[in-house]
Design a protein around this ligand. Structure first.
Ligand code: NAP
Length: 492
């Protein structure tokens, strides 16, 4: 059911890349679908001296690929946008901002609901939150919600400092920490697949599952993000947030109900039981890599903005272990990297083979049953496939693996909401299921910090993989050591 939402939005960082590329187009989709109608106003702020008209023009221009009729709709949508030049570090500006919020609240009858979106460099997150509180912008009239971009700290200590600053102004249930992977259709489908299907959830444990593999593969290098990326690296940029969020959904117990509070409790429990490695265990269970030069491309160390001796990893693979009853003994292998073979995200759940292979007749001693594999294709296509063994058609009796699969058809795929559209809507609805809670963030940092303890002192042998590969050889060896291999391999 489509329900109209009423709110005044304030976008900090309104002239920035994210706002223009993702946030305004996503809000427009919500408007087109009727989740926003008449009762909303949007304030954009940044230091640039723009008029409302200029801002409205920028918002209209950010909405791409629309028909002539939709252009009229976009202009009406953009008329709800107002701009105020504002330096977030300057307390004096908040009074004007508050006046404008109050004015728009009245004008659009937004019921006192305030949604603040921090789409700025993280260094500003604390100061904005503190100023919103001290200057009286958080009111009791409707709701006050804060949507905050990543990264949330660069280790546990900085994340805690940031969280302390935010919670001095906002309650935990008012804070929506964005992880756009949680807005992806197939990541949300993990819960539907697991908890909506007896045949899956009843096998979802160490008795039947051999290992789980999560791959977030990027084809591009660091592009224009090089100088930021060099201070972060793949472990912080991809593993701490996206991968551990996905893993926690795969590993969690069934929530009591499908509510944000119940889901969060289970995700936190899963992350708490994830083994935090000692430096020597990290050396065995984690692999890092950095891309070399390709035929027509630079090595990471030759990218603009990257020091020639950079030890920043552009690839991570790892084996995660959960010390709990469900998962004891089942490795979760993860990998992510830049300049890999292709851009895709997938999850492969590898089941154990039958204990006895009755088809290995004496005349057919080399035949071997394949493992059943449930693959969740997250992107670029949404779907899943279950690999099962079946009889090969013909006179003899041999088995072969076949796939039972489902892929979203192309027309439906177009209707799938963008992660930012979905997450903005969730924030309006007060549903934080698909946002990271502080406890999840904290446990994820503790895991990452333990690895960094080793990586920050040990000098890596970089570069160690070529563009277009699936990372360094050590990533394959990580699984080979356990008698396993990645389900997704190159040239399959
Ligand atoms: P950006 O393009 O650099 O934009 C930063 C914004 O902050 C600009 O509007 C800038 O405008 C404003 N700003 C800077 N200093 C200010 C100040 N003192 N007072 C008021 N406004 C100020 O950054 P972005 O790429 O949009 O990223 C925003 C956030 O989203 C970051 O946390 C980033 O990590 C996260 N993020 C971005 C992407 C993406 O695709 N871009 C993806 C994931 C996450 P003025 O200079 O005019 O003030």
């Amino acid at each position: 059911m489509t329900r109209e939402n009423k709110a005044v939005f304030t976008f900090f960082g309104a002239s920035g890349d994210l706002a223009k590329r993702k946030l305004y187009p996503s809000l427009f989709k919500l408007y087109q679908k009727g989740y926003l109608k008449e009762h909303f106003g949007v304030i954009g702020t940044s230091r640039a001296k723009w008029s409302d008209e200029k801002f409205q023009g920028i918002v209209s221009d950010s909405i791409k690929g629309i028909s002539e009729t939709e252009k009229g709709q976009a202009a009406k949508f953009a008329s709800h946008f107002y701009y105020i030049a504002h330096d977030v570090t300057d307390k004096a500006h908040y009074a004007a901002l508050n006046d404008l919020i109050n004015q728009l609240n009245k004008q659009y009858e937004a019921q006192g609901n305030r949604l603040f979106y921090f789409s700025m460099a993280p260094a500003f997150f604390s100061v904005i939150a503190l100023n919103l509180k001290s200057e009286g912008l958080i009111t009791d009239e409707g709701y006050n919600r804060l949507v905050i971009e990543k990264p949330f700290g660069r280790d546990y200590d900085t994340a805690k400092q940031l969280n302390d600053a935010l919670t001095a102004s906002f309650e935990e249930d008012q804070i929506y920490r964005i992880d756009h992977y949680l807005g992806k259709e197939m990541i949300q489908n993990i819960e539907a697949l697991r908890f909506g299907n007896t045949i899956i959830e009843s096998l979802w444990n160490n008795r039947y599952i051999d290992n789980i593999q999560v791959t977030l593969s990027e084809k591009l290098g660091v592009e224009e993000r090089a100088s930021y990326y060099d201070t972060s690296g793949a472990l912080r940029d991809m593993v701490q947030n996206h991968i551990l969020q996905i893993v926690s959904q795969l590993a969690m117990e069934q929530p009591v109900a499908f509510t944000d509070a119940d889901v969060r409790v289970e995700k936190v429990k899963a992350l708490r039981s994830m083994r935090v490695y000692s430096p020597s265990a990290a050396a065995t269970n984690l692999v890092r890599g950095q891309y070399d030069a390709g035929e027509n491309s630079n090595a990471y160390r030759d990218e603009d903005g990257v020091p020639a001796d950079s030890a920043t990893e552009t690839f991570v693979a790892g084996k995660l272990l959960f010390d709990n009853y469900r998962w004891s003994g089942v490795p979760f292998y993860i990998r992510t990297g830049k300049k890999l073979a292709d851009k895709f995200t997938r999850i492969d759940v590898v089941f154990k083979k039958p204990l006895i292979d009755i088809f290995a007749f004496p005349q057919n001693p080399n035949a071997s049953l394949s493992e059943n594999v449930l693959t969740i294709y997250v992107e670029p296509n949404s779907g899943f496939a279950l690999r099962v063994n079946a009889k090969s058609t013909g006179q003899g009796f041999e088995t072969e693996p076949i796939n039972l699969d489902f892929f979203q058809d192309a027309d439906k795929e177009k209707e799938v909401p963008e992660p930012y559209e979905r997450l903005l809507h969730d924030a309006l609805e007060g549903n934080s299921t698909n946002f990271a809670s502080w406890s999840e963030v904290a446990y994820a940092w503790k895991f990452v910090d333990a690895i960094r303890k080793l990586w920050d002192i040990e000098v890596p042998r970089f570069p160690n993989y070529i563009p277009g590969s699936m990372g360094p050889a050590a990533s394959d060896e990580l699984l080979q050591r356990d008698g396993r291999s990645w389900v997704y391999k190159l040239n399959q």
